[in-house]
Design a protein around this ligand. Structure first.
Ligand code: KIV
Ligand code: NA
Length: 266
């Protein structure tokens, strides 16, 4: 068990203290992020883009996710490790269980899955078998081909109400955490109010219980030369990586990041 547990995170939410999460793909960064105060390390399938150079997250395999999870585990110093279930690794319930088990055996403490209310059955099954689940909602990059691009989700009130209902349904199904990506800040605030589990945001404003960024983005490293609007480059003012990550943690805790300019309106 890591030092940071679900109980720790629940306590932070109750006190109104913000949770700092960062993506991480290897042992050295895991250690540096822990020393900087990061509470949750996410082995995101964003590694398909930032490490592997693909133009989406779809090509990433469970074996690749397990490899990076094992690398992060070796450098971890007490953070909770969350690993993404990659595209189609949850095509069937049996695959969901087997692939989640592979990531847990590699060192994850929690699995993250992209979707909406339809995830309820698999989340219940995983929780029953001892696997905490984070449900990733809003802009779910594995569905980029349905969305027609990386677009803000939930801008219309009908969609917003659906997302709130889905969030509650997934909490009822046993989700231990929610993650909201690229949703209007006001909707993220409503969802955070509507559930009792911690809610992490990225491009979702400052009202969520915590924040996550892709490591490379917050270090100002980019393959495409374009950074999304919700990203802040913490290297610019802080000349070395450990200091930049510590500044990110500090900015999340003090609610200086994200600023209004990093969020979206309805
Ligand atoms: O893969 C990833 O890095 C993610 C975060 C952007 C939340 O899912
Ligand atoms: Na991801």
């Amino acid at each position: 068990m890591p030092d940071v547990t679900l109980t720790t995170l629940q306590g932070l939410k109750q006190k109104g203290d913000k949770i700092a999460m960062l993506t991480c793909y290897d042992a050295t960064f895991a250690k540096i992020a822990c020393e900087a105060g990061v509470e949750m390390l996410l082995i995101g399938d964003s590694l398909g883009m930032v490490l592997q150079g693909h133009d989406s997250t779809l090509p990433v395999s469970v074996d690749e996710m397990a490899y990076h999870t094992a690398c992060v585990k070796r450098g971890n110093r007490g953070a909770m490790i969350v690993a993404d279930l990659p595209f189609m690794a949850n095509a069937t319930l049996e695959q969901t269980l087997n692939n989640s088990a592979a990531l847990m055996k590699a060192g994850a403490h929690m699995i993250k899955v992209e979707g909406a209310a339809w995830l309820a059955e698999s989340i219940r099954l995983l929780a029953e078998r001892g696997i905490p689940v984070c449900a990733h909602m809003g802009l779910t990059p594995q569905a980029v081909n349905i969305f027609g691009g990386y677009k803000v989700q939930g801008r219309q009130e009908a969609q917003a109400q659906q997302m709130i209902a889905d969030a509650k349904a997934l909490e009822d199904a046993g989700a231990a955490m929610l993650l909201l990506e690229c949703v209007p800040s006001e909707l993220a605030a409503r969802i955070t109010q509507a559930v009792t589990v911690p809610v992490i945001g990225i491009g979702a404003g400052s009202a969520t219980d915590g924040q996550v960024l892709v490591l490379h983005d917050m270090l100002g490293l980019s393959l495409t030369g374009r950074a999304p609007k919700f990203v802040k480059n913490f290297m610019r003012e802080h000349g070395d990586i450990p200091t930049a990550i510590a500044a990110y943690v500090q900015a999340v805790k003090s609610v200086e990041f994200p600023a209004a300019e990093h969020g979206f309106s309805a």
